[in-house]
Design a protein around this ligand. Structure first.
Ligand SMILES: [Zn+2]
Ligand SMILES: [Zn+2]
Length: 465
């Protein structure tokens, strides 16, 4: 029979094959996820922009902001975009802007867990006041090392946290000023790129050869005492930001109140006033924290933890804390950080006011920065500002306008210099090429300003070359 000879062929499955969804942007892996050196979200945006060969401004305005829900970005004008750049620290923070950015970037890259590049997980327990610095900070030796060993150049989240002032790996202070243009620059700017100054484009790593000799290095060296304190800070904050997996849920703010009650019970038998004295914290403030009516800022949590020789993680896990054994602490034996050992000076308002007025009236050049004024008076800049905001603003404005005037003067000086060089070269029968002129100039970098270039071109035109 013919039918017996029929063969059954493999048949086509006409069902649609499931193709995993494509990401709109590259699936760029964040650096150091779940480690103390995890990348920051602002740094991730910069690297993402770099991977697509566009500046952050373009990536943010064309691709990211259309996905943002925040009201302040609804109209998406350039002014709104500027406000996002101005609030860049919030992108790494604990609020709505961070949530919004994380969501948008996860949708675009299909990378999960981008919230770990921010402090969102700790939103309930870490208040944002004074948490982040608004300017960029970096370890010049980390950058250089990564460049030499061909590792990814990125911005760790921990470098943004105000309490972190040093790199524990290289035992030097973090840098805030570009070594080329001496300027500070914001966390995220229109054209920023990890490892480079967003004002002048200079490389921010420090040549390792220069490490032993340079003057720059001198001001980055951390004292032994400060180093011990900073190493501890980096350790406990690093442990905290890499430990999300050890929590089933983000810790609630009640945990802090519970832990504080617990340590007050153990250390001073429940005596709040005594504990406050021991920690050098106003009693009412401590009471607010202990009853959960207010939350201590990160610096305060660090101070308490350091004195009690426990970690931040202990404080957020009351059950872990309860199992710990505490040494008997007294005023004599308590461990105090380098920062705390300096006893605070009583604020002499009249004296400070007189000093500020004298600085404003003085014609000394260059006028001091507010930071320098604060150091010379021996008070914290913020304390002085709290008492005399207008005087402080006036002193800063004086410094800034002096800086601008100097800059203008230097440009004019360079214009005059360029003119003389062109004429001299022409006189010697040599063509005044830009390269030749810049060789002779005292500060060839000024050739990048359009006024100086205009002076070059104009003089060449005048002599007909
Ligand atoms: Zn370092
Ligand atoms: Zn620079």
């Amino acid at each position: 029979m013919l039918t017996n000879e029929l063969t059954t062929y493999e048949y086509w499955d006409l069902k649609k094959v499931a193709i995993p969804s494509r990401s709109h942007l590259y699936q760029l892996e964040p650096v150091g996820l779940r480690t103390p050196m995890v990348e920051s979200l602002t740094g991730y945006i910069e690297r993402l922009a770099e991977a697509h060969c566009v500046p952050p401004e373009v990536l943010i305005s064309r691709t990211i902001t259309p996905l943002l829900k925040q009201i302040f970005l609804k109209s998406r004008t350039s002014r709104d975009l500027r406000s996002l750049f101005d609030r860049a620290t919030a992108i790494n923070g604990t609020g709505d802007i961070a949530i919004d950015l994380v969501q948008a970037l996860q949708n675009l890259t299909l990378i999960e867990d981008l919230h770990l590049l921010t402090l969102l997980f700790w939103a309930e327990v870490i208040p944002t006041r004074n948490l982040f610095r608004t300017q960029s900070a970096w370890c010049a030796l980390c950058y250089e090392e990564w460049r030499l060993t061909k590792q990814v150049i990125y911005k760790p989240l921990i470098w943004n946290i105000n309490s972190v002032k040093a790199c524990h790996l290289h035992k030097i202070y973090l840098c805030f000023q570009c070594p080329h243009c001496q300027q500070e620059f914001p966390l995220l700017s229109w054209r920023s790129q990890p490892g480079y100054c967003s004002k002048c484009g200079g490389w921010l790593g420090m040549k390792l050869a220069a490490k032993s000799s340079s003057e720059y290095m001198d001001c980055l060296t951390v004292s032994q005492e400060e180093l011990q304190w900073q190493t501890w800070i980096v350790e406990v904050i690093g442990e905290l930001i890499s430990s999300t997996l050890s929590f089933n849920f983000p810790p609630a703010k009640e945990e802090i109140a519970k832990s504080l009650s617990l340590v007050i019970d153990i250390v001073t038998d429940g005596n709040v006033a005594e504990f406050a004295r021991l920690m050098e914290i106003p009693k009412n403030t401590l009471w607010m924290w202990q009853t959960g009516k207010a939350l201590p800022v990160l610096d305060m949590l660090l101070k308490i933890c350091y004195c009690l020789e426990i970690s931040l993680l202990d404080l957020l896990k009351p059950e872990q804390l309860a199992a710990k054994s505490f040494k008997k602490i007294s005023h004599k034996t308590i461990r105090r950080s380098a920062a705390q050992r300096v006893s605070p000076k009583l604020f002499e308002a009249n004296q400070v006011q007189d000093a500020l007025l004298a600085i404003l009236e003085s014609n000394n050049e260059p006028p001091p920065t507010m930071e320098e004024v604060a150091t010379s008076l021996g008070y914290n800049r913020r304390t002085i500002f709290r008492h005399f905001p207008d005087l402080c603003r006036a002193i800063s404005a004086k410094y800034l306008s002096y800086g601008k005037a100097c800059h203008k003067e230097k440009i004019q000086q360079s214009c005059r210099e360029v003119k003389q060089i062109v004429l001299k070269l022409h006189h010697q029968g040599e063509y005044p090429s830009e390269a030749r002129v810049s060789e002779i100039m005292a500060h060839p970098g000024y050739l990048r300003y359009k006024q100086v270039r205009a002076a070059l071109n104009e003089t060449r035109r005048e002599i007909g070359v």
